[in-house]
Design a protein around this ligand. Structure first.
Ligand SMILES: [Zn+2]
Length: 242
C-alpha cells in the first residue's frame, strides 16, 4: 500500500520559520499552512504553488479533519511532485522555500488591495467562498487564457507583488539565503528587469523597512524610479496599489 502524503509538506517547519523571520510582524498573528496538493485533494492546476487570499477557509474542513486548523492565516498549496519533476532532488529544499516565498509575496500584496483602508486578511471570509474544485477550475482557465492570448509572463504579478517580493528577497539575502532569493520566480523570470535593478530603485525603503512589517510599506507610494522601471518594462502604467 502506498503511504499517503501528510497534509503539511515535509520540511514545512523550517520553511515556516524562514517565512516568519523575513515577514516579521506581517505574520505575527497568523497561522501558516503549507499544504501538499494531493493531500489537500486538489487537482493539478499547472502551478508549483497556489495561493488565494481565503484558501485557509476553503480548506478549513480538511485542516480541521487533520487536527491542523489553528485559525486564519497564510495558506498555500504546494505541488511537491511537480517541483520534484522539474528539478534535481538536491535543490528540492531550496526550490520549495522559493515557491513558498513567492506565495507569501501574494499574501502580503493581497492585504488592502483596491482599498484605501488596509483590511486584515484574517477578518471576514469573502461572501462567495469558492469550493476547492471551483478554485482549481478558475486557476486552470486563467492559465489557459493567458497562454491563448500570449499574455506577458508577469500577468497576475503586478508592481505591488514585485515590490513585496523585493522586500522578501532583500531580507532573505540579508539572512544569507541567496540561493532561495535567486530561485524565487519573479523579475527577470517574468520578462522584467532583474531583481538587482528593482532593488536599486527601492534601496532606501528596503533598508529603512528592514525591521518593519511589509504590508504598510506596500500601501505607501513607491519611489518614482520604481514606477519608471515598471512602466518601461511592461509598457503599462504602474498601478502600484494593485
Ligand atoms: Zn504567483
Amino acid at each position: 500500500m502506498q503511504a499517503t502524503a501528510a497534509l503539511t509538506v515535509a520540511g514545512s517547519d523550517r520553511v515556516e520559520a524562514l517565512l516568519r523571520q523575513i515577514a516579521g510582524d506581517d505574520l505575527n498573528r497568523e497561522a501558516v499552512y503549507l499544504l501538499n496538493r494531493e493531500a489537500a485533494r486538489m487537482e493539478q492546476a499547472g502551478f508549483l504553488g497556489c495561493y488565494y487570499e481565503a484558501l485557509d477557509l476553503v480548506l478549513r474542513n480538511t485542516l480541521a479533519h487533520a487536527h491542523e486548523w489553528r485559525g486564519r492565516g497564510f495558506c498555500a498549496v504546494i505541488d511537491v511532485a511537480a517541483i520534484r519533476q522539474h528539478h534535481e532532488a538536491a535543490a528540492l529544499d531550496r526550490l520549495l522555500a522559493a515557491v513558498c516565498v513567492h506565495e507569501l509575496a501574494h499574501h502580503l500584496e493581497a492585504w488592502g488591495r483596491l482599498s484605501a483602508t488596509p483590511r486584515p486578511i484574517a477578518s471576514e471570509p469573502p461572501p462567495n467562498l469558492p469550493t476547492v474544485v471551483a478554485l482549481v477550475a478558475q486557476w486552470r482557465d486563467q492559465n489557459e487564457a493567458r497562454q491563448k492570448e500570449s499574455a506577458p509572463a508577469w500577468t497576475g504579478h503586478g508592481a505591488r507583488f514585485h515590490r513585496a517580493l523585493a522586500h522578501l528577497c532583500h531580507r532573505l539575502k540579508r539572512e544569507g539565503h541567496w540561493g532561495i532569493a535567486t530561485a524565487t520566480l519573479g523579475f527577470a523570470g517574468y520578462g522584467l528587469s532583474g531583481m538587482a535593478k528593482y532593488e536599486r530603485t527601492l534601496a532606501g525603503e528596503l533598508l529603512s523597512g528592514e525591521g518593519s512589517a511589509i504590508r504598510p510599506i506596500l500601501d505607501s507610494h513607491p519611489p518614482p524610479a520604481f514606477e519608471a522601471l515598471w512602466e518601461r518594462d511592461t509598457g503599462q502604467p504602474c498601478f502600484w496599489w494593485y
